[in-house]
Design a protein. Structure first.
Length: 277
């Protein structure tokens, strides 16, 4: 029964035009990044490194595939979650809007299984988009710009050899995927609570904006356990001294927050009288 519900939810998701618009939007953003880097990247990089050349000697091609992948990671973490949150929240809000939920309830479908299937559908969609983004970015980055050492600035200037940069980027994508799963889970829960698509989109955007602002805020010791800070854990893979244990703890805690938001959503949905909506 659960498998059949999940199969139907996935079919409905990829039948929707907005799902394909979202996929195209992600690829367009990615294309713009590579297009800009190809035609203006060297000029911009020279301007950024001009003052540093007084203290450092740079050799080789710094505008390479690894740097482009790092830029993709940094550039898409606001645009990408917003796009994913809009699509994921629609899994529930569109059915509130069209009255499809009432029809489903008449077919003796388990409310718990139905809403769980929607969370799993959102999970599959998020992982699929991140896999597509990662695969296409790696192919474009290395085929157009080639390999090379990575230089990043995180308070200090960090240099990573090409092989090490590759592994750090892979792990950053994995950690970033968990962050995206957190945001899409939140959007489904917001959809359950608010029910209306427009209200849910606005609430999702506000949640994302506040989370981005709180990343830089100082909450003392509590800040280390606050989810906005945890969604930025992927950046830790570009610190010169990797603290794997700390990163693992942060990702486990973010996973716990994700499960908590899903549990709240499932509980709220089970308590909702669909017939009165």
């Amino acid at each position: 029964m659960m498998y059949r519900i999940l199969k139907v939810e996935l079919f409905k998701l990829f039948r929707e035009a907005k799902t394909w618009y979202a996929i195209v939007a992600v690829l367009i953003i990615e294309f713009i990044i590579f297009f800009a880097a190809y035609y203006q990247g060297k000029t911009i990089l020279e301007l950024l490194l001009d003052n540093l050349r007084q203290s450092f000697y740079f050799e080789g091609n710094l505008l390479n595939g690894n740097l482009l992948l790092y830029i993709v990671l940094n550039s898409l973490w606001f645009n990408l979650p917003l796009i994913l949150m809009i699509v994921s929240s629609a899994l529930i809000t569109e059915e509130y809007k069209t009255g499809t939920l009432k029809t489903l309830m008449l077919q003796a479908v388990s409310k718990k299984k139905l809403i769980l299937a929607k969370y799993i559908t959102s999970l599959i969609f998020t992982i699929s988009i991140l896999a597509l983004l990662m695969l296409s970015s790696f192919v474009l980055a290395y085929s157009i710009f080639g390999d090379g050492d990575l230089v990043v600035y995180l308070g200090t200037l960090n240099f990573f050899p090409a092989e090490e940069a590759f592994s750090r980027i892979l792990w950053a994508f994995a950690s970033g995927t968990l962050s995206m799963i957190f945001f899409t889970t939140v959007s489904v829960t917001l959809g359950i609570i608010l029910k209306e698509p427009t209200k849910t989109w606005i609430a999702s955007a506000l949640f994302l904006i506040l989370s981005s602002l709180f990343i830089k805020a100082d909450f003392g010791r509590f800040g280390d356990y606050f989810f906005p800070k945890l969604t930025n854990s992927w950046q830790c893979f570009f610190a010169y001294d990797l603290d794997i244990l700390s990163i693992l703890q942060e990702n486990i805690l973010l996973l716990a927050y994700t499960i908590l938001f899903a549990v709240v959503g499932i509980y709220k949905f089970n308590k909702t009288n669909i017939g009165w909506i």
